[in-house]
Ligand binder design. Structure first.
Ligand SMILES: Cc1ncc(COP(=O)(O)O)c(C=O)c1O
Length: 431
């Protein structure tokens, strides 16, 4: 295979925000897991919708027909991102809202005493909607996470599954530790007891290829603002399951079909158009790097092939940078990195703490030097506060790579952490 070379210059040129400076330092956007930057093509698509095609749905006039077409075409593009049919793609405000809609829709076919399995590693967006159903008599069980490896305990999951289990809601990639869970195995086991499955792919999207047919989930959530798009949530619902459900929406009993039945009220169609442009941007990256992945792309055609190539190129570019972050940060005295072991697949998101230092203090120090990272729990609250017991520490500092980040930014960040520790770490024998 040809030596892989990522066209970082092309990618960076697409993001006007990257020219920002802070106190004279160039901005390094390492906050991607909270939301990525947005390329020109996405902003232009949103603008184009609002300037020329803005109308509510299903009218008998030009702009409304154009809007309907754009909205449907957006579903077609997202379908190639997920590997499903356009009718299986619904839009909503964000993934948390979509998940509440799903949870309360499934409540319509559940009865008190039915069981739901959630996990300790999940973001609240995939815990709270299901925990809320306890008020309606549902029993919610939580799969344990190993506090040393930051991975879910499959045996614990198996012990909680039974013919009472009706829903399994599981995380594909942790937005705190980057841990990727083998959701395919969890889904297969859930289906064996007749449960429906909901996969939270919000952090997974952009880092790895999503293939809903391959994992065979019934539902999947992701949010376009995590992969270059505007703020909008996407809900995949397997047609054979979605078609049978009554959801919660206006006139839900009126035989509204998928994908509309999961959409409440008027959707931000300009953001759906922008989400499609974001996927097309990933496909552009794929087009430029396709030649490196011909073996892995065998059998794939059209836009799906380019999307998969784009994600593979992003992965190949980010992997060595993430490895460097993990290796060099963990080598610093006083630093703990919360990444799963070598043999566990993970995203390019690296969280860490410094002994004796509140993470907000370090986050602010880096922010003042133009290095944008998150600190806290990012709503992976149960994991950070309870399992890892990091509440008093102010959670973790999270560095998240996106394909517009550079090796220089990674070096700068590692050096800034070292400088901070040298000046502030109270355990530093030199102070
Ligand atoms: C893993 C994960 N799940 C769910 C969510 C919630 O997504 P949204 O903000 O679209 O509701 C997030 C957001 O950060 C996330 O990282």
């Amino acid at each position: 295979m040809k030596q892989f070379k990522f066209d970082i210059d092309y990618v960076r040129e697409q993001f006007p925000s990257l020219c920002k400076t802070v106190n004279g330092y160039p901005a390094a956007f390492l906050d991607g897991p909270g939301g990525t930057q947005v390329p020109r093509s996405v902003v232009e698509r949103v603008n184009d919708y609002l300037y020329y095609h803005n109308a509510n749905a299903h009218g008998n006039f030009k702009t409304s027909r154009e809007s309907d077409r754009i909205f449907w075409e957006s579903r077609e593009v997202i379908a190639d991102f997920l590997n499903c049919d356009p009718e299986e793609v619904s839009f909503g405000s964000n993934s948390s809202t979509n998940n509440f809609i799903l949870a309360f829709s499934l409540l319509r076919i559940m009865k008190p005493g039915d069981e739901i399995i959630i996990t300790e590693i999940d973001h609240e967006g995939n815990r709270s909607p299901w925990l809320t159903l306890k008020d309606f008599g549902m029993v919610v069980k939580e799969v344990k996470v190993d506090p040393k490896t930051y991975t879910l305990d499959l045996e614990d999951y198996k012990s909680k599954l039974s013919d009472k289990t009706k829903v399994v809601a599981i995380n594909w990639a942790s937005n705190a530790t980057g841990t990727i869970t083998d959701v395919k195995t969890y889904i297969k086991l859930a289906h064996e007891v007749g449960a429906l499955t909901v996969v939270d792919a919000v952090h997974y999207a952009l880092h790895k290829t999503i293939d809903v047919r391959d994992i065979d989930t019934d539902f999947l959530l992701c949010s376009a603002y995590k992969f270059f798009g505007p703020h909008i949530g996407i809900l995949y619902s397997k047609a054979e399951v979605g078609k049978k459900l009554k959801t919660v929406r206006v006139m839900a009993d009126d035989n509204t079909e998928i994908p509309d039945k999961f959409e409440i009220g008027t959707i931000a169609m300009e953001h759906a158009a922008g989400a499609a442009a974001a996927v097309e941007f990933i496909a552009d990256i794929g087009r430029m790097h396709e030649e490196y992945f011909t073996d892995e792309l065998e059998g794939l055609t059209g836009r799906r092939r380019l999307v998969v190539a784009g994600i593979k190129a992003i992965e190949a570019y980010e992997e060595p940078l993430a490895r460097k972050l993990r290796d060099e940060l963990s080598a610093i005295e006083g630093v703990t990195v919360y990444s799963p072991p070598e043999d566990v697949p993970k995203t390019s998101t690296v969280s860490f703490t410094v002994e004796g230092i509140n993470s907000a203090e370090l986050g602010t120090y880096l922010g003042d030097r133009g290095i944008f990272v998150w600190d806290g729990h990012f709503y992976a609250m149960h994991l950070i506060n309870n399992v890892l017991d990091l509440k008093d520490q102010g959670g973790v500092v999270r560095i998240g790579l996106a394909p517009y980040n550079t090796a220089d930014e990674v070096d700068r960040t590692i050096q800034a952490v070292k400088d901070f520790i040298y000046n502030n770490w109270r355990g530093n024998p030199l102070l």
